[in-house]
Design a protein around this ligand. Structure first.
Ligand code: C2O
Ligand code: CU
Ligand code: CU
Length: 497
């Protein structure tokens, strides 16, 4: 990307440098940290209970250089040897069909929230800007896990403050399992052949994060190096022929285009909301902020390869220049042991994918994305932008109407991409999605099914997941009501300013 900086207060943008590339320059010297797996405790009534703290602290990403950060804690993070507990959070895991409850304790000295990104759950449990947890306060959301196996995640969502809270370190994965997925025999030993890969771009000024850098066309913060699971220059030893990487783009603005350094093919097996019907063999995978993907990489004994991000769209001007995304990164080195446990072939069929049927659609809506707001208005806490009926399927057309890179995320549902610029979606967009990349000029049509439960008084959000855009007002609210019902009255409130 062309490096730019603002003249303080003047709102002026200047170009001051050249593209960022860490390709070939990373000395992979730090063993990849793995977020502790937190399975909670199952109560006599079968409810799986997690305890999650939010705290401030310091993290030494580089030895001797303590960086002020925030992190999620839990019994598993407290018991782990190598996990700092002051950056990111544990990987929560639950099974489809279980009831879960999370005891959230906010030990920050400011309010925050915990949003369960990708989870189908009641609006009052969603952790959006209407479920603020006061400084020193507690919150106990609970819900039945009722969706297919998937890699979901959690992060704060205070209105106007999401970017800052995520940048300080508040993010973690939430894995949902189910029996059909387990029977596939995919690599599933957490931290061994099933690796969480939380990718973030960062920039340091001495020991501190430098979040001041804002890039061309108002994309938001873009860093000059990447971390995985809070580890700079990470490598991971692999003892299996086949390794599953659960990729999460937890960056606040950057779009990645992942591949392997030697351009070997890998199998994409899952997107945001779970498994694809069949594996998709590819060598490139774009991932915009908030999106997840599970890929299977086959390794030969003794070899090394690097997860790399090239400019999105291969340097295509309209996709990459406007996103500040002409940058390339060497993200994670995989080092295969000299002998590897053999792995079976990837199954040809993975799942019966639960997707909405556009033939059932009862309503169409249009969403025009601009930095100034969606459909012309910035987010307002006390305004409901869409009222949908429980059980309804709708078709939404999302258009990028300014020159800025955006994406589009909808809470509560996993949607189906019907078309991209009028064409059938590429294979990586044919599974369950909750976030979709919508670069400049693009139009994406999606089908969504709203299964409730209804709550006319508590909205869910839809928004751009480039977090400075979301904070700046690129967000709207919808409620799910009983058929024929009307939206209630939603309180205003300043959120997390
Ligand atoms: Cu990951 Cu509304 O967010
Ligand atoms: Cu979300
Ligand atoms: Cu945006």
């Amino acid at each position: 990307a062309t490096v730019v900086s603002t003249v303080a207060g003047a709102g002026l943008w200047l170009y001051t440098g050249a593209d960022v590339s860490t390709v070939g320059k990373v000395d992979f010297r730090n063993e990849l940290l793995i977020p502790p797996l937190e399975e909670g405790e199952v109560q006599p009534d079968g409810t799986r209970v997690f305890r999650l703290g939010i705290r401030a602290g310091e993290t030494e990403f580089r030895p001797g250089q303590p960086t002020p950060t925030w992190g999620f804690t839990s019994p598993a993070t407290a018991a782990a040897d190598r996990w700092p507990g002051t950056y990111l959070g544990p990987t929560l895991r639950a099974e489809r069909g279980e009831k879960v409850r999370v005891e959230v304790a906010n030990r920050l000295d400011e309010p925050s929230t915990v949003h369960w990104h990708g989870m189908h759950l009641p609006a009052a449990m969603d952790g959006g800007p209407h479920q603020m947890v006061d400084a020193g306060g507690a919150w106990e959301p609970h819900w039945p896990v009722d969706q297919p196996a998937a890699t979901l995640w959690y992060h704060p969502h205070p209105h106007g403050g999401t970017e800052r809270h995520v940048q300080r370190g508040l993010a973690g994965m939430f894995l949902v399992d189910d029996a059909p997925a387990r029977q596939l025999g995919l690599p599933d030993e957490y931290g061994v052949n099933d690796l969480p890969v939380v990718v973030q771009d960062v920039r340091f000024n001495g020991a501190r994060f430098d979040h001041g850098h804002r890039f061309l066309r108002n994309t938001g913060f873009l860093g000059d190096e990447t971390m995985v699971n809070g580890t700079l220059a990470p490598y991971r030893e692999v003892r299996d022929e086949l390794v599953r990487l659960r990729l999460l783009n937890a960056s606040t603005a950057r779009v990645y285009d992942f591949g392997l350094a030697d351009d070997r093919a890998f199998d994409l097996v899952a997107t945001d909301g779970g498994l694809l019907g069949a594996p998709h063999r590819t060598d490139r995978l774009p991932l915009s902020p908030g999106e997840r993907a599970e890929i299977l990489v086959r390794m030969a004994p003794g070899e090394r390869t690097v997860l790399r991000s090239s400019p999105p769209g291969g340097g295509d001007f309209w996709q990459s220049r406007f996103s500040g995304g002409d940058d390339s990164f060497d993200v994670l080195e995989l080092r295969a042991a000299d002998t590897l446990r053999p792995a079976p072939d990837v199954p040809a069929r993975l799942a019966d994918v639960e997707l909405p049927d556009p033939a059932d659609a009862s309503r169409e809506r249009h969403f025009d994305l601009r930095m100034s707001g969606i459909n012309g208005a910035p987010m307002a806490m006390d305004r409901i932008d869409a009222t949908v009926e429980r059980g309804a399927t709708e078709v939404w057309t999302v258009r990028n109407r300014d020159g800025v890179t955006h994406n589009f995320h909808v809470h509560d549902v996993q949607f189906r991409v019907l078309a991209v610029d009028g064409e059938p979606p590429p294979p990586e967009l044919r599974g369950r999605k909750d976030t979709v990349y919508v670069p400049s000029g693009r139009e994406v049509k999606i089908a969504l099914r709203f299964d409730g439960p209804p709550d006319p008084d508590v909205p869910y959000m839809y928004h751009c997941h480039l977090l400075s855009h979301e904070d700046g007002g690129m967000m709207g609210q919808f409620v799910v009501v009983e058929p024929g019902g009307a939206a209630g009255r939603v309180p205003g409130g300043s959120g997390g300013h």
